[in-house]
Design a binder for this molecule. Structure first.
Ligand SMILES: NC(=O)CC[C@H](N)C(=O)O
Length: 384
């Protein structure tokens, strides 16, 4: 139990969790979710898809391997804060460059330790991702009423376009491949395919996976138009993951994707928010889930082969499989709750998945999806 609380997590229904604050001091409001992954807290905290969310880690030992310069999925932590069971211990790992606590403080992120994360996780499941306020004060002074009011005042992720906040400001090239110990990340020597990746909040390991599958990647901001994408004369188009409500981002992303689909026969591959963008562009609908899927052990069935993949997931919205129009096939389904996890156009190499084949963290069962994208680009060139 906590001896002297220096942090307080207030749920909008008035439930309070006290604990030890670490990282930055101050107060933040967000939606609260839980992630069940046993590794990869640094990748999770720096996944841009967590913008607007505080992450409860159900795995109790968080922080024990510190943080290092290689595992950031983007330049800064993007999750709004973190909730853990045990206060982080001194890091013990050959890759550790800094303790998690210092890293969070330097980057302005608030965390709370000493929380009964099992009880909190049950509350999240029962209430559906609650709105919360998290405060850290070394003096332990909390205005509880104001905190609960702040939690209630959070507008929620529905209707929020957050991709515009986390996308790149300018286009850039990416040629770094996956980690090859002991040399570190390798550079792509001889790329076979030119790919434009639209960045709604892309994780770096997705770009590394594309490069490792033989793609010379140019990353464009989320607002790119079909004309801007096609000006690069790509062999294929990739749609990235990202935060917020897909319907809100779709207002400008969908016309771009439709333009690409109407003007070309290019292979298109999307992941997570990119999957939702493709779904919307093809005429499907997206829905908000109760508490979403966030973890590294989610079983997904490939409906075409019958094979089950263990996948990494992080999403609070989903494509409604009932809304898929004719000509669009459901390819993957969650074995936890039956929700849609993949689609493709029946007659074109245009496909997407709700989960994360780049892992980071998580199993790498689904890397074949990057190779499938590369194969589709090779095939198209062979026909031409
Ligand atoms: N990882 C992602 O791309 C998340 C997509 C979307 N923001 C969701 O929560 O469903």
């Amino acid at each position: 139990m906590v001896s002297r609380p220096t942090a307080c997590l207030a749920l909008a229904d008035g439930t309070l969790f006290y604990g030890h604050g670490f990282g930055a001091t101050g107060q933040t409001v967000a939606e609260l979710c839980f992630n069940t992954a046993m590794t990869g807290y640094q990748e999770i905290m720096t996944d841009p898809s967590y913008a607007g969310q505080i992450v409860t880690f159900t795995f109790p030992h968080i922080g024990n391997v510190g943080v290092n310069p290689d595992d950031d999925e983007t330049a800064d932590p993007v999750a709004a804060g973190m909730v853990v069971k045990w206060d982080p211990t001194e890091p013990s790992n050959w890759r550790a460059a800094e303790p998690l606590t210092d890293w969070l403080a330097r980057r302005g992120r608030i965390a709370i330790g000493g929380v009964d994360t099992r009880r909190l996780t049950r509350a999240i499941r029962q209430q559906g991702a609650p709105h919360v306020a998290l405060a850290h004060d070394p003096e332990g002074q909390f205005d509880i009423e104001a905190l609960v009011r702040a939690a209630r005042g959070f507008a929620g992720l529905e209707g929020m376009d957050l991709a515009k906040d986390v996308t790149c400001a300018q286009s850039y090239r990416w040629d770094e491949m996956r980690w090859a110990w002991p040399e570190g990340y390798k550079r792509l020597a001889d790329p076979a395919h030119k790919v434009v990746a639209i960045d709604y909040g892309a994780k770096r390991n997705i770009l590394r996976c594309l490069a490792s599958a033989g793609c010379d990647v140019t990353v464009l901001p989320a607002s790119a138009t079909a004309e801007e994408v096609l000006a690069y004369e790509p062999d294929g188009v990739f749609l990235s993951n990202g935060p917020g409500d897909p319907a809100a981002t779709g207002t400008y992303a969908v016309p771009t994707i439709r333009g690409i689909l109407e003007k070309t026969d290019l292979p298109v591959f999307g992941i997570c928010l990119g999957h939702q963008m493709l779904g919307l562009a093809l005429g499907a609908k997206t829905v908000k889930m109760n508490h979403g899927h966030h973890g590294a052990n989610h079983p997904v069935k490939d409906l075409e082969t019958g094979k089950v993949e263990i996948t990494s997931m992080n999403h609070g919205f989903a494509v409604d499989a009932q809304s898929l129009p004719e000509g669009v096939v459901e390819t993957h389904r969650s074995l936890f709750d039956g929700s849609n996890c993949g689609i493709r156009m029946a007659d074109r190499p245009v496909y997407s998945v709700q989960y994360h084949p780049e892992a980071s963290p998580g199993p790498q069962d689904s890397f074949y999806l990057f190779e499938r994208f590369a194969d589709a680009m090779t095939k198209r060139k062979d026909v031409a």
